[in-house]
Design a protein around this ligand. Sequence first.
Ligand SMILES: NC(=O)c1ccc[n+]([C@@H]2O[C@H](COP(=O)([O-])OP(=O)(O)OC[C@H]3O[C@@H](n4cnc5c(N)ncnc54)[C@H](OP(=O)(O)O)[C@@H]3O)[C@@H](O)[C@H]2O)c1
Length: 246
Amino acid sequence: MARNVVISGGGTGIGLAAARVFAAGGDRVLLLGRRAEVLEKAEVPGALTYAADLADPEDVRGVAAFVERELGAVDVLVHSAGGSGLLEPEAPEGDALAAVAHTWNVNFRLNTLTAVLLTEALKPRLAEPGGRVLFLSSIAAYRGSGSGAYAASKAGLHPYAHDLARELGPRGITVNVVAPGYIEDTEFFGDAMAEDRRDRLIGETSNGRAGTPGDVAETLHWLASPGAGHITSQIIQVNGGAERGR
Ligand SMILES: NC(=O)c1ccc[n+]([C@@H]2O[C@H](COP(=O)([O-])OP(=O)(O)OC[C@H]3O[C@@H](n4cnc5c(N)ncnc54)[C@H](OP(=O)(O)O)[C@@H]3O)[C@@H](O)[C@H]2O)c1
């Protein structure tokens, strides 16, 4: 039977790849993101789209109303919205401490708040039994990300997922986190990925390659399958062994 799958950040990268995998399996997909034109251009058969800033409670209320009207129940909720803040407006120059506050706020809003607000708004709509909630964390949550802000904003999703798994378990709903390493061919790094940085990231893997959006999409699809029904409150790393290093 076709499931209703809501995917935040579904217009690009990992979210888009996930949307294509679920749609190919016959599921009905709703793509969320801030840029309507990006969502509309996504080539996902039968997909619905809704543009919203998921860090804004008012926008999230709009998503919940749209979901109630168009889908009713949500079988699978995938939180792919997020990023390192690289593509967000920069802090005003000249005040170092204000710049730190800006970076941490941007990352918290992008990665933690988007996922928490959307989950809380759609919680009553999750299918029971059988519902699935899937968060996107990062290898950074285990080992830092430079400034710490991105890593912390992802790590914050881990205890939230554990609490949610306990809360929703009695309703037959699983909650898991997928934590990718370096995944190329997404908008995450903007236009530019320095060749030496790419080489270093690939060099950390055991299998000698970058991850693809499809690697993560297939893992999300598996966690959403009936066969994964006893897996909950877990963090699954998809990084070619990079967290262990060379
Ligand atoms: N690529 C990697 O190496 C990597 C590694 C580990 C983890 N991840 C995580 O995987 C997830 C997907 O990343 P990606 O690599 O596929 O990058 P991406 O192509 O930049 O995807 C991020 C998506 O999130 C959406 N988004 C951002 N802020 C939003 C907001 N406030 N409200 C609604 N939508 C929002 C963006 O669309 P709009 O700008 O139109 O809103 C975009 O479609 C992210 O959470 C990222 O942190 C990526």
